[in-house]
Design a protein around this ligand. Structure first.
Ligand code: P6P
Length: 337
């Protein structure tokens, strides 16, 4: 890519791509913080072997999960970088029990929920992991005293959302509700550079992504749907199975190759495993903006409003044709729908 058409994240955010974005400068500033946090996290992951940062931090989080050293580094990076933009009103982190306040002198207009390092159980074996974030405009009129109505938000009211993928390349994929754009980190210049314009998922796909180790616990609708796509019935070739166990990686592949990602509720975990505010909602926003669909098995994920900051919800997202077919099985076999 020649330097004269090298579009960095910052240039893109300030460009006239978003003609009617009244909060352009605030978003550019906020995303400079997000990009910084992702670069710090990326660097820590790539250097973990040299700096003894693999393994456990010796604490457990609100989800009773063992916290990795890199979870702590990523969480600290996101909190520091976001506060320093002075655009953030308050934050929710997957790693923190409760809402993270911002001092009055630093408080801004946006609520940011983030999973600083999603899939971190895969780190020590060098499997791709990611960061996920969602952004809403604050509701409170107060300068810096947040309330639950600021953070327990409907996904469809989001201002922006995105994810970083720390893989063979490091990418930042984001949306402001005007399409999905992908930026790749150029280590030579230390900038995220525009490489994917108006990303769109295929209408149909033949890759399914789900942890089949849970299949005996699934609802009947999911069991019958997965059986059907594996069986090669109706003259259709059986789908391919791909499951990384790192949501950002599984969603990014689904976005680019088509198909369906599923983490249903089951008899062990009726609401599934994935959290609404900083996993399901932001990735559903990305998926819908890329002409895909995201459902909880009966209604669009983006229409949900969580009752708590770490609420888990079932999720099926991907190519529209796959989601539509999944929903017919849910309706046919899950009589509670
Ligand atoms: P399971 C990672 O821990 C994560 O939160 C997501 O990134 C991933 O999709 C899911 O859990 C994997 O869960 O139960 O299949 O190991």
């Amino acid at each position: 890519m020649s330097s004269n058409n090298l579009i960095t994240l910052h240039r893109w955010l300030l460009s006239d791509t978003h003609k009617n974005m009244e909060n352009k400068l605030e978003m550019a500033n906020l995303f400079s913080g997000i990009a910084l946090a992702c670069k710090i996290t990326n660097n820590a992951i790539k250097r973990a072997g040299f700096e003894s940062n693999f393994g456990l931090a010796g604490i457990t989080n609100v989800h009773s999960e063992d916290v990795k050293k890199l979870d702590v580094i990523a969480n600290d990076a996101f909190k520091m970088a976001l506060k320093s933009t002075r655009e953030v009103f308050c934050m929710v982190s997957e790693e923190e029990d409760s809402i993270i306040p911002v001092s009055q002198s630093q408080a801004g207009n946006y609520v940011v929920a983030f999973d600083p390092l999603d899939g971190s159980s895969n780190l020590d074996c060098n499997v791709s992991v990611g960061s996920i974030f969602s952004i809403w405009s604050k509701v409170s009129k107060d300068g810096h005293n947040y309330s639950n109505e600021d953070v327990l938000r409907k996904g469809r009211d989001m201002t922006a959302a995105g994810y970083a993928l720390y893989g063979s390349a490091t990418m930042l994929v984001l949306t402001f509700g005007q399409g999905v754009y992908g930026f790749t980190l150029d280590n030579h210049i230390g900038e995220f550079v525009l490489t994917h314009v108006e990303m769109r998922i295929r209408t149909k796909g033949s890759i399914y992504s789900i942890n089949e180790g849970n299949s005996i616990y699934w609802d009947k609708g999911t069991q019958e749907y997965v059986k059907a796509i594996k069986s090669g019935a109706d003259g259709r070739a059986p789908y391919s199975s791909r499951y990384i166990g790192s949501m950002v990686s599984d969603i990014h592949r689904t976005l680019l190759y088509g198909g369906i990602f599923m983490y249903p509720g089951d008899t062990k975990s009726p609401n599934g495993k994935l959290r609404y505010l900083y996993e399901v909602a932001p990735l559903s926003f990305i998926m819908e903006q890329a002409a895909g669909k995201a459902t909880n098995g009966s209604s669009p994920c983006l229409d949900m409003v969580p009752k708590s900051i770490h609420e888990r919800v079932p999720v099926f997202m991907g190519s529209p044709a796959c989601i539509e077919e999944l929903l017919t099985y849910q309706k046919k076999f899950n009589h509670n729908l």
